[in-house]
Structures are given as structure tokens and as C-alpha cells.
Design a protein around this ligand. Sequence first.
Ligand SMILES: CC(C)(COP(=O)(O)OP(=O)(O)OC[C@H]1O[C@@H](n2cnc3c(N)ncnc32)[C@H](O)[C@@H]1OP(=O)(O)O)[C@@H](O)C(=O)NCCC(=O)NCCS
Length: 342
Amino acid sequence: MSFAFGIGIGTQNKQGEWLEVYYQQPVLKPEASLAEAARNILDYKGGNQAFQATAAQLSELSAALAESGQNDQAGLAKQAAGSHRPVVVTLLETDDTASSTPEVYLKLHLISHRLAKPHGLKLDGIFGQLPNLAWTNEGAVDLNELPGRQLQARLEGRILEVKSVDKFPQMTDYVVPKGVRIADTARVRLGAYVGEGTTVMHEGFINFNAGTEGTSMIEGRISAGVMVGQGSDLGGGCSTMGTLSGGGNIIISVGENCLIGANSGIGIPLGDRSTVEAGLYITAGTKVALLDDKNVLVEIVKARDLASKPDLLFRRNSQTGAVECKTNRTAVELNEQLHANN
Ligand SMILES: CC(C)(COP(=O)(O)OP(=O)(O)OC[C@H]1O[C@@H](n2cnc3c(N)ncnc32)[C@H](O)[C@@H]1OP(=O)(O)O)[C@@H](O)C(=O)NCCC(=O)NCCS
């Protein structure tokens, strides 16, 4: 069985290199008939490949797909045959290190379509296959071609608005998964996994290969690689430590029904039903005083020893400055209130 399939409409630069690809209906674990149709029409011989398809090939592909009962993909191929933009058919036999831009885009789409979970796909080396682009109101533009396009737009009485300069586009230009609210769409990158019931407020951010399992209120930053459990809230301006820079190699995650307070941060995986006080940043090496129910010191441990342990409340003692950890009694109630008006 092959790994993934997608018919995409893309953008190329003047050299004919792919800049980005939009896959309306990416497929994970496609049926054999999809690859079979491509094998005959596109001369696909297996492996991971992206074919630029002509209108004639797409019409033929559409007919072959319809014959094998793949009606959605057949319809898509038929529409793609009339495209004014280049069309790519991407076939991935295995989840391997990506070797082309269309391949990386297909993987990012699989995650944002919730067909694959963060950490569920091989994404090493993707930066090398993602060109840094100007994302404009007229689509993706190669940075070398930008001054020419800007001048041309002005000459024609238009303005080319550059919304961002980045390797990743915003997710919502490619897919809006069901049941989400995103106040500022620029803050969620393609490749983010936004679970059903998630609200991302203006200060919230979700990187690629990261996201939320389900209902969540996100007003802080979900760094690359971080997954947030069902029912958890990230307070305004809070930070989850990523693994892309700074040498961190522990994969940070947030359990279920957690509350990460405003302006706080975590550098350890947080267990279920845990709370971090507003303003407190816990790094893996932070020395933490464990207190019992009567606020008596039990022992001093490093925060990394508390990784993934449930029902913890972290706070910085406002009188002594020591970071303390107690059993968390209020997390669930807090979340119920916060989610009442999601
Ligand atoms: C850490 C936090 C959860 C504690 O809240 P709580 O469990 O309701 O605790 P309370 O404020 O009722 O305090 C309980 C006791 O601990 C004390 N206490 C609380 N925080 C303390 C601190 N940092 N240092 C010393 N004592 C503290 C209180 O004074 C109180 O003492 P008392 O028993 O003598 O009255 C809360 O302060 C917090 O930071 N919440 C995050 C909210 C947030 O940021 N939401 C996101 C918004 S965008």
C-alpha cells in the first residue's frame, strides 16, 4: 500500500521551479487504484514522485479514476484539467525524507487536514525543500521576481500587498479544518494540527508539526513539535519551548485539562490536569520545592523529574521567590469555566 496521494494546483517561478502547492483533497494511504491509474497515464514507476500534469493527462486520469470508483479524485482531476495554473500529481509510496517541494506540501496538508498527527510523519530536511517566498494578495512570489511584480502592479494601478516573507504560508489559505476559530489567521502555519473545538486568539500561535488534540483555548505560543491535550488552555502570551533551536531535545507536550498561565512558559512536558502560575517559566533544570498539602517542604527536585506527572500546580512563591509545586486541585473547574463560551 502506498503512503500518500494528491492532485495539487501550484505556483512556479520563471525557471519552472515549484514554489508552493494547494491540495484540496490530500489522501493518506490511497487505494491501489489511484496509483494504478497514475502508473499508466503519468508513466509512474513507483517511489516518491511529483509529476507536472498536462490537461490531456488530467482528463485521462479523471476518466480512469471514475472508472475505478474514485469519484472525488476523478472530479478533482477533471477540474484541474481546466486549470490556468500548473498542476502536480504527487505520489508517495513511502514516508521518507522529502525530496521535492510538492512532496513537503503534501505532508504539511496531511497534518492540517488532520489525516496525520504531529510527529506522525517524517519531516526532517523539509526546510531545504521550502523556498522562502513573498506571500502576497496575488499568491506566492519568488523573492527574485518580487521587485518586477511590484513595479508591474503599480504600473497597472494596483498594489501588490506582501503579507509575509516566510517558508511556510498560513494554514487557512489551504484548509480550514472543521470546528475551529482563529482570530488572526496569519498566526497558524500550514502544517499545524488544529483540533476540533480549538479557539486561537490573536496572541495565540501554532507552528507546523504542532497543535491541539481537541477543545482548547490558545492565547499563547505552540512551538514546532508541541502537542496540546484535549481541554487544555494556553494563557495570553505564554510559551511552550520548541525543539528547533537552543539545543532542547525533550519533546514538550501539554497534557489534558491543563492551564498554562498568562506570560508563563514550559520547558518540560506537562502532565494531565496541571497548572502553571501566570508569569512562571519552568525550564527542565529549574529546582522545584515539592510541598505537601500543608505547604511543608517534602523535597527539592529538578523540574525534568516532574515531566508528564499529572495533577501538579507550579507557582513561584511571591515571598521567597522559590519555585514550588503542589497538588493541583482547581484545574478542572477552571477549564470548565473557560470553555463555557468557546
Ligand atoms: C497559580 C494560580 C492557579 C493559583 O490560583 P489558586 O489555586 O486559585 O490559588 P489562590 O489564589 O486561591 O491561592 C491559594 C492560597 O495560595 C496563596 N498563593 C497563591 N499564589 C501564591 C504565590 N505565588 N506565592 C505564595 N502564595 C500564593 C494565596 O495567597 C492563598 O493563600 P491563603 O490560603 O493564605 O489564602 C493562579 O494564581 C494563576 O496564576 N492562574 C493562572 C490564570 C491565568 O493566567 N489564566 C490565563 C488568562 S489569559
